[in-house]
Write a protein that binds this ligand. Sequence first.
Ligand SMILES: Nc1ncnc2c1ncn2[C@@H]1O[C@H](COP(=O)(O)OP(=O)(O)OP(=O)(O)O)[C@@H](O)[C@H]1O
Ligand SMILES: [Mg+2]
Length: 321
Amino acid sequence: MALLEIEDLHTYLYTRWGTVKAVDGTSFSLERGKTLGLVGESGCGKSMTLLSILRLLPWPAGRIVSGRILFDGEDLVQKSEGELEKIRGKRIGMIPQDPYTSLNPVFNIEKQMTEPIQIHLGLKKRQVLKERVTEILRKVRIGDPEKRLECYPHQLSGGMRQRVVGGISISCNPDLIIADEPTTALDVSVQAQYINLIRDIQSTYNVALLYVSHDLSLIFRICDQVAVMYAGKIVEKGSVHEIFKETLHPYSRALVTSIPPVDCDIERLPSIPGQPPKLFALPQGCYFAPRCPHAMDKCRQAYPEEFFVSEGHSVSCWRYA
Ligand SMILES: Nc1ncnc2c1ncn2[C@@H]1O[C@H](COP(=O)(O)OP(=O)(O)OP(=O)(O)O)[C@@H](O)[C@H]1O
Ligand SMILES: [Mg+2]
């Protein structure tokens, strides 16, 4: 059984301008200890998918309308707020977008690291807690951890703060870590360090990772599986090899060909003509048809079914019917 199985999830935002179908029938699954990359243009619903899992949607606009989010066999959609609180931060860890601002400046590192453990694991003795967080700091390769525990965030370097945040995300031994573009705010060299840290954490603790990023070359390096999202729906999913080397959907292909090559100069990167559709006024048929170079009559009439080209590789495009 997969650790996380999202089935036909619909999450809508009820706004003044109409109903935004931010997540419109998304399905994918993630195995224990594996990494799934969720990619797609800005506004396609990646963050809303992640926020649906933790039920942290914008209030009062956001609502899960239908679908199931099976986590270790239990449907999170049906859980009460109290039940979810026991899962967030404990069984599902979060690596926030900006590791710089996610620590509280007025508490020392010991306090910030021990609190989730106290709440979720019920450990109370100061010495036990201290030993545990020291051990975590060692795991995320912070030197002299006993001393660092007494520091306030501003007394640590940027790289150390990231390590602390990474440490907090794993402090209650989660089964799943959700990361929504955790490196966008970082410069390139720090980014590389942070990715290595996330990889380290993942392999040491064998946790599953759901990773959202615009950086496709990064996704290619760190993921086992990839799901490509367009206008609230997954249009193609498969192993990282299938998505990047045997790309099927015209939208995925457009994304993959827009990765800049490292070894040659090119004047202009190919871009995808047109705009993604407005999520409150979706076109009839395939949502990508208005921008698709291969669109046929059928594509403008009905949304394509999901076609499996091999066991794990599927695509929603009429060309593969
Ligand atoms: N608080 C909100 N109120 C209304 N609509 C929102 C809100 N937040 C997001 N949306 C809309 O929901 C849709 C999906 O947004 P989402 O944040 O999931 O996109 P995304 O794929 O994460 O984009 P990005 O790559 O830019 O982070 C977008 O069309 C967005 O405009
Ligand atoms: Mg987002």
